[in-house]
Design a protein around this ligand. Structure first.
Ligand code: CP
Length: 309
């Protein structure tokens, strides 16, 4: 049995196999529509979500399986003081696989010590969001035809943004990916991303505070939300909330084949006028999230000898 707690749990070969499987699911949906007949996914969401939870649930239904779970801690016995360990120990008797989101960093890793079935980290605090990363890799692969040799700009809240941390960890394993980290100094990536992830990988990276100057260099622009819920004070949030707003004027200097991504939800960091730009791929990205999660469910069940495939 294997879990997905961080993107580094997967080898590059396994990531590529999952991307190939997602692409096959996209092309041959009927082939997979009963593959999980009789299986159950539990979605344990201790923190709000639209895309991750509902795409996991849609993924399991489209594979022929069923879903149980809760969408907020308040409607579970966590509200009575039950621990993550006990919750998971119980739910793993009821389901074949668990997707879990929690505000505390490391909670899915704790859950993995008590479970009887595979655990998927669906986002833990400001730490990691590996299924978003798989979504992002599928999207980049479908847009660029490769996962190496391109320049990506990551823009916004790089300090608290778990999607950014997970994506950097994954992409720096590929050859020739150059990172432009665009954020106010206070919201730059945590030191461990520089010292433990980027520098040991040998990947080229720069840290800048302005999007305009670097826009012409980018092949992929990954915008992120300034996350109000992660700030310690309202004043700090208000200071940064409008730091970057991508609009049509800002894109005038961008490459014709730029891929604009965003894990969503957005607040105001991408103007809605950009939605009609053919380079905007964030809605396709959200759809890709369902297909890669279908591929992930199949793969983890297969690795646990709980699926004939
Ligand atoms: N991208 C993402 O994690 O969105 P949700 O918070 O809506 O799941």
């Amino acid at each position: 049995m294997r879990h997905l707690l961080d993107t580094t749990d997967l080898s590059l070969c396994e990531i590529e196999e999952m991307i190939d499987l997602a692409n096959d699911i996209i092309s041959n949906k009927k082939k997979y529509s009963h593959i999980c007949d009789g299986k159950k996914l539990a979605t344990l969401f201790f923190e709000p979500s639209t895309r991750t939870r509902l795409s996991f649930e849609a993924a399991m239904y489209e594979l022929g399986g069923n879903v149980i779970g809760f969408s907020e801690a308040a409607s579970s016995s966590a509200s009575k003081g039950e621990t993550v360990e006990d919750t998971v120990r119980i739910v793993s008797n009821y389901a074949d696989i668990i997707a879990m989101r929690h505000p505390l960093e490391g909670a899915p890793r704790v859950a993995a010590t008590k479970t009887l079935v595979p655990i998927i980290n669906a986002g833990d605090g400001g730490h990691a969001h590996p299924t978003q990363t798989l979504t992002d890799l599928l999207t980049i692969y479908r847009e660029k035809g490769r996962l190496d040799n391109f320049t990506i700009g990551l823009c916004g809240d790089l300090k608290f943004g778990r999607t950014v941390h997970s994506l950097i960890k994954a992409l720096c394993r590929y050859k020739g990916v150059r990172f432009v980290l665009i954020a106010p100094r206070e919201l730059q990536v945590p030191d461990y991303i520089i010292h433990d992830v980027l520098e040991p990988s040998g990947a080229l990276y720069t840290q800048v505070e302005s999007l305009d100057a670097v826009m012409p260099d980018l092949d992929v622009l990954y915008m992120t939300r300034i996350q109000r819920e992660r700030f310690f004070s309202q004043d700090e949030y208000l200071k940064h909330k409008d730091a970057f707003i991508l609009d049509a004027a800002k894109l005038e200097n961008a490459k014709g084949d730029l891929t604009i991504m965003h894990p969503l939800p957005r607040v105001n960091e991408i103007s809605t006028e950009v939605d009609d730009d053919p380079r905007a791929k964030y809605f396709e990205q959200a759809l890709n999230g369902k297909y890669i999660r279908m591929a992930l469910i199949i793969t983890l069940l297969k690795w646990g000898d709980n699926l004939e495939y």
